[in-house]
Design a protein around this ligand. Structure first.
Ligand code: PLP
Length: 406
C-alpha cells in the first residue's frame, strides 16, 4: 500500500526551532492547520506551540478538540450557520472584509466570551506589497480578494476590532517580511499605535526552519513591534513546521514503453494525492528505496539510509529514465520524468520527498472547507440529498475513527 509517512522527530526538530523564536522574542507562534493537520501528532507538538490557526469551522474544531490551546480563526468568508460555534471555540476570530464584520458585528460584540475578554476580533489587511514570484500565491496582487486596504479602512466603523492580520508571504526569507512590515508600518502604523489595537498577526509563509533563515533579525523585528506598539504579535507558519518531515511512499504497478518514453505507472496519482505537482506546479525530489546500497555508485548524489533502507536519489544524469504517472484516467496525471541508477522493476518503492505539508492536506479536504452535499434530482423535480459531510468526515481522514459501541 502507498503511504504518507510523517516523522515525529523531524516535526519536533522544526517545532523546537519555532519555539526558540517565540521564547527569544516574546511573540506567539501557532501552527497553520491548512498546511498540516495530522492531529494524532499534536500531543508531540503541543509543548512547543501556542495553538493553531484555523481556516474555518472544521479546522477550528480540530484545534479546539485536539490541540486544546489557542485557536486563531480566519476565513475569506464565514457562513451564517458557523458563527455561533466559532464564537464559542475561537480565541481570535478574524474577518476578511468590512462587509462580513458589519454582518456579524452585533452578535460578536454581544457574546459573553468577548465581554469577558476571552475572544478577540480582527480584520485582515492587504498591505499591497508583493514580494513573491508566483501570482497564484500573491494576496497583494491587484484585485485581490484577501484583506482590505488602508483606503478602505479610512473612516470605517472599526468598533470591536482589536487585531490586524496580514498574510502575504509564501516560502519567503526574512527580508521579505521586513519590507512588508515597512509597508504595514507606513499604512497601518497609526492603528497599531492606538490603544484599540492589541494584536498583530503576521500570518504564515515565513521559512523560519530553513537553515539560512535570518532568525536573529526576525527576533529583533518581533521585539521592536511589541515594544513600539505595545501589542501581542502572532506568527502562524504551516510549512515551516512540516517541511522535511514526511514522504509519500509509492510502488511501481506497471512498466512499458510508449513512443520511446519508458512509462512507470504508480499506485499514487498526481491529481489525487499530490495536486500541487500539477497546480503550483512543483517537482518533488524522488528516491528509489532499495536494499542494495551499491546501486548508488553511479549516482552523483549519495544514497540516504533510513530505517534500514537505502534511498537512491533520482538524478537527470542517470541512465534509466522513466515517466512517473498515476493510475487515474487523467492524461496529464504525470508526476514527471525521473532517471534512476538501475532499471525499475514492478513492486519497486518510489519515495517522494516533502509530502507532509500542503500535498497531504490537499488530499484530505484542504482548509477543512466543507464538502458539498451529494444530491439527486428525481423526475418530479424533487431533490434528494443522498450524502452530506461534516467535520467528522474531515477529522476521520486525518486520524483514527472513534470506537463505536458494539
Ligand atoms: C492566513 C494564512 N495564515 C497562515 C498560512 C500558512 O502559510 P505557510 O504554510 O506558508 O507558512 C496561510 C497559507 O496560505 C494563510 O493563508
Amino acid at each position: 500500500m502507498a503511504q504518507y509517512l510523517v516523522s515525529l522527530p523531524a516535526l519536533e526538530r522544526n517545532a523546537s526551532i519555532l519555539q526558540g523564536v517565540a521564547e527569544a522574542s516574546g511573540a506567539r507562534v501557532v501552527l497553520a492547520l491548512k498546511a498540516f493537520s495530522l492531529w494524532p501528532t499534536f500531543p508531540s507538538l503541543r509543548p512547543y506551540l501556542s495553538g493553531c490557526c484555523a481556516s474555518g469551522l472544521w479546522e477550528a474544531r480540530i484545534s479546539h478538540e485536539h490541540f486544546q490551546k489557542e485557536t486563531l480563526t480566519y476565513s475569506p468568508a464565514y457562513p451564517d450557520a458557523h458563527l455561533p460555534e466559532l464564537l464559542e471555540i475561537s480565541s481570535h476570530l478574524d474577518f476578511n472584509s468590512l462587509s462580513q464584520w458589519a454582518r456579524f458585528r452585533e452578535d460578536c460584540l454581544a457574546h459573553p466570551r468577548y465581554l469577558s475578554g476571552d475572544l478577540h476580533f480582527g480584520i485582515r489587511i492587504n498591505p499591497r506589497h508583493s514580494t513573491g514570484q508566483t501570482p497564484l500565491y500573491d494576496p497583494c496582487a491587484p484585485g485581490s480578494r484577501l484583506g482590505i486596504t488602508s483606503e478602505q479602512l479610512d473612516g470605517a466603523d472599526m468598533r470591536g476590532l482589536s487585531t490586524l492580520h496580514f498574510h502575504t508571504l509564501c516560502e519567503q526569507p526574512y527580508r521579505d517580511l521586513e519590507s512588508t512590515m515597512k509597508a504595514v508600518d507606513r499604512d497601518f502604523g497609526h492603528l497599531l499605535a492606538s490603544p484599540q489595537f492589541t494584536d498583530l498577526n503576521l500570518g504564515g509563509g515565513h521559512w523560519i526552519t530553513k537553515p539560512d533563515y535570518d532568525r536573529a533579525s526576525l527576533v529583533n523585528l518581533l521585539q521592536r513591534l511589541q515594544s513600539t506598539y505595545q501589542i501581542r504579535v502572532w506568527l502562524e507558519p504551516g510549512e515551516a513546521l512540516a517541511i522535511h518531515t514526511g514522504v509519500l511512499r509509492a510502488h511501481v504497478l506497471d512498466l512499458f514503453e510508449s513512443d520511446g518514453v519508458q512509462q512507470a505507472i504508480l499506485d499514487v496519482s498526481a491529481t489525487c494525492h499530490m495536486p500541487d505537482v500539477l497546480e503550483m506546479p512543483y517537482r518533488p525530489e524522488v528516491y528509489l528505496a532499495d536494499q542494495a546500497p551499491s546501486a548508488s555508485d553511479e549516482s552523483p548524489r549519495p544514497a540516504v539510509t533510513l530505517a534500514g533502507e537505502s534511498y537512491l536519489p533520482a538524478d537527470d544524469s542517470l541512465a534509466h529514465r522513466y515517466r512517473l504517472g498515476g493510475p487515474s484516467c487523467l492524461a496529464g496525471d504525470v508526476i514527471g520524468d525521473y532517471s534512476f541508477p538501475r532499471p525499475l522493476a514492478i513492486g519497486d518503492c518510489i519515495v517522494f520527498d516533502d509530502m507532509a505539508h500542503y500535498t497531504f492536506v490537499k488530499s484530505t479536504m484542504f482548509n477543512g472547507v466543507p464538502h458539498p452535499d451529494l444530491a439527486i434530482q428525481h423526475h418530479d423535480g424533487s431533490v434528494e440529498v443522498v450524502r452530506s459531510f461534516d467535520s467528522f468526515d474531515f477529522a476521520s481522514r486525518l486520524g483514527p475513527l472513534p470506537h463505536l459501541p458494539s
